[in-house]
Design a protein around this ligand. Sequence first.
Ligand code: SF4
Length: 280
Amino acid sequence: MVKLKKTIHDSLNKLYELETEDQNTIEAVFYRGNTLCVSSQVGCPVKCTFCASGMNGLIRNLSAEEIIQQYESSPDRENITNITFAGIGEPLLNWENVKQAFWQFKEKGLKVSFYTTGSPTARFKELLNLPHSGVSLSLHAVSEEKRKKLIPYGEPIDKVLSVFKEHLSKLSNRKRKMYSIAYLLINGENDTEEELEKLAEIAKDLGVGVSLLKYNEIEGIPYKTTSDEEYERAFLFLKSKGVKTTLSNRYRTRKIGGCGTLMINRLKRGEGKYGAIKQD
Ligand code: SF4
C-alpha cells in the first residue's frame, strides 16, 4: 500500500511524497490541473548523469498496484484525466508491471503517455504499439559519445532512433503528433549550434516535434543550467529549421517538475532551497 505522506506545492505544481509499505519514498507530480506524473521505480537503474532520481541507482521496481495507488491516493484524483510515466524510473525497465498499470489506468478511462530513453529497444517497440496517448523519446544528445555520457545505460542511439523511425513511418501526420523527442538543454554539454542542427535534422527525418527542456542545477552534479537567453536562442534556432518546438518547461523548469528533478526535494528539504514552495 502506498500512502501519501506530504504534499509540496508551488503556484503551478503539486508534488506528492508517498511512502511504500517497506518505507521507501516515491514521488508523483500533479500539474496542468489534470495530469499526474507517476513513478515506475524506487530509484532508477539508468543513472543519467544529470539526474537526481538516478543518483543512487535502482532500489526496487514498483508493483502495478503501487503505480496505480499513486493515482488513487491523490487528493486531486477527481481532476486527473491524464497519467504520464515521467516520474522516477525508466518505464521500460519495469515493463511487466508498467504494462499492467497501463491497462488498469485505461480501464479507468484515463489517457496515458510516456517519457522513455527507448532501451531496451524490443520493449520500446512494444510500448510504441500500445494504445497510448503519447510517447516522448528522451534523446538529450545527438551523438553516441555524448549520449553515453549523459545516459550511460542503453542501446546505441542509432538503434533507438531506427526503431522510432520504423514505427513513425507507418503513421499519418496526425498520428505522429502524439510523438516527440525530449531534449534537455544543458549548458556547454549539448547546446552547440552543430548539435542543435543535428537535432533539427533528426526531428525532421522522424517527422516529430521537439520538447525542449531546461536543466535544473542539482547540488553534487556538475552540470549547469542554460540561461534564459540561450534557451530562447535554441528554441528559435529549431523553429527556424522548421521543427515544431515546445518549451514544455512552464512546469518542468520548476524545481518540482518531473523526471530528472524528483527526489531533489527529499534530498534537500530543510535546506531552505525552495523559497516559495510550501509543504503541507
Ligand atoms: S532522467 Fe529518468 S531515466 Fe534518467 S536516471 Fe533520471 S529517472 Fe532515470
